[in-house]
Design a protein. Structure first.
Length: 379
């Protein structure tokens, strides 16, 4: 393990690859390197290996079919732009990642459909009353992320999907933050399309998957060869698919004990940080993932804190995108009802496999020191 890993607190952005998954990936890249479309034994061997992985992943997810993609973003795009849909509007939550909200908007414009963003409450939970009201109009697709990447809010997907299906709409969920953290079964959740990204669960970067349930279908959004039944042309990366599946199985194997461990670490950290004037966890009153801690630190610009912590070797993050030096308030925080100024003062600390009490204490001390200094500098 790299010596500085205990200072990494940005597991919601990406995770270090699991060494077993990396080894299996490399072995597959070397042994089963053939092009799955090639008409010879090397191609056939790679194709066989990929189909074994695809079938196992589909079964793990309760899916009918899995399409491998290059990223989670691409899996979301394939669902939003490519899903075969009935007539009607497209509904998404107000706190979707741009990998969902942008293609959803594009699809609606392209097809001449209405596009509606549904509100969430102060804890980041989709307002089911608003969903019910919106579903009065003909609806083609409801897309709600399983858990939010900025503050971890977990959505009642089963209820959302049941309501959407009752009016004949399709359901897509970006499960990029929950895959590997929770067992996901599309039949139980009742969703038609589910997007995953391997690098969020200790798998390799550069591979994602779109899982399809029941009779859900997509049209391709990329055009080229006949790979993956033409639905996602381009030579498949068998090694990365192998790495994705193994990483997912390995994180799931310990998800219960790991979730309990991280929830306990986070509870102590949040309790201690709340001793600091005005500091408050975001969304802590609702169901949320155990490893994401979003902290509002009033009067301290998140970007300044992140820079100072980075200079001390810590990796933490925020939801605000920094454009030309000017931090923009996070859309997610605004959707929770936060004022624009406060929304720029939220940092995200996300825990994972290499997080421990000692590292978190060191982070806490560093945070306390710098936030006091920054507050002293503020006018
Ligand atoms: C909720 C969510 N959706 C989509 C993405 C995009 O995934 P990828 O980086 O694999 O394209 C991310 C990554 O930050 C995410 O957190």
């Amino acid at each position: 393990m790299s010596a500085d890993l205990p200072r990494y607190f940005d597991y919601a952005a990406t995770t270090p690859i699991d060494r077993e998954a990396a080894r299996a990936m490399l072995e597959a890249e070397c042994e089963d390197f053939g092009n799955t479309s090639s008409p010879h034994i090397f191609g056939a061997r790679a194709a066989r290996r990929l189909e074994v992985v695809r079938t196992e992943l589909a079964s793990l997810l309760g899916a009918e079919r899995v399409i491998f993609t290059g990223t989670g973003t691409e899996a979301d795009n394939l669902a939003l732009l490519g899903a075969e849909l009935p007539d009607g509007q497209i509904l998404v939550s107000q706190i979707e990642h741009k990998a969902v909200s942008l293609p959803a908007q594009l699809r609606a414009e392209r097809d001449g459909r209405a596009f509606v963003e549904l509100p969430v409450d102060g804890e980041g939970q989709l307002r089911l009353d608003a969903l019910d009201e919106a579903l009065q109009a003909p609806t083609a697709l409801v897309s709600v992320m399983h858990a939010n990447n900025e503050m971890g809010a977990l959505q009642p997907l089963q209820e959302i999907a049941a309501r959407a299906h009752a009016v004949g709409a399709r359901v897509h969920s970006d499960a990029i933050q929950t895959a590997g953290k929770l067992p996901l079964n599309m039949r139980t959740l009742g969703v038609d399309f589910l997007a995953l990204s391997a690098h969020k669960f200790y798998g390799p970067k550069g591979v994602g998957a779109l899982a399809l349930a029941g009779d859900a279908t997509v049209q391709p959004v990329l055009f080229g060869g006949a790979h993956q039944a033409g639905l996602r042309p381009g030579t498949e990366d068998v090694g990365r698919a192998v790495g994705l599946l193994l990483a997912l199985k390995r994180t799931l194997a310990s998800h219960e004990s790991e979730s309990a461990r991280l929830a306990e670490l986070r509870a102590g950290f949040e309790r201690r940080m709340q001793e600091v004037d005005g500091v408050a966890p975001v969304g802590a009153g609702g169901p949320r993932l155990p490893h994401i801690c979003s902290l509002l630190i009033p009067r301290v610009a998140a970007s300044a804190l992140i820079d100072r912590l980075s200079a001390e070797g810590f990796g933490i993050s925020s939801g605000s995108a920094c454009n030309t030096g000017e931090a923009k308030a996070s859309k997610v925080m605004l959707a929770l009802g936060m004022q624009r100024a406060a929304a720029k003062c939220v940092v995200r600390i996300s825990l994972g496999r290499h997080s421990d009490a000692e590292g978190l204490r060191a982070l806490e001390n560093c945070l306390r020191r710098h936030l006091a200094e920054l507050r002293a500098l503020a006018p």
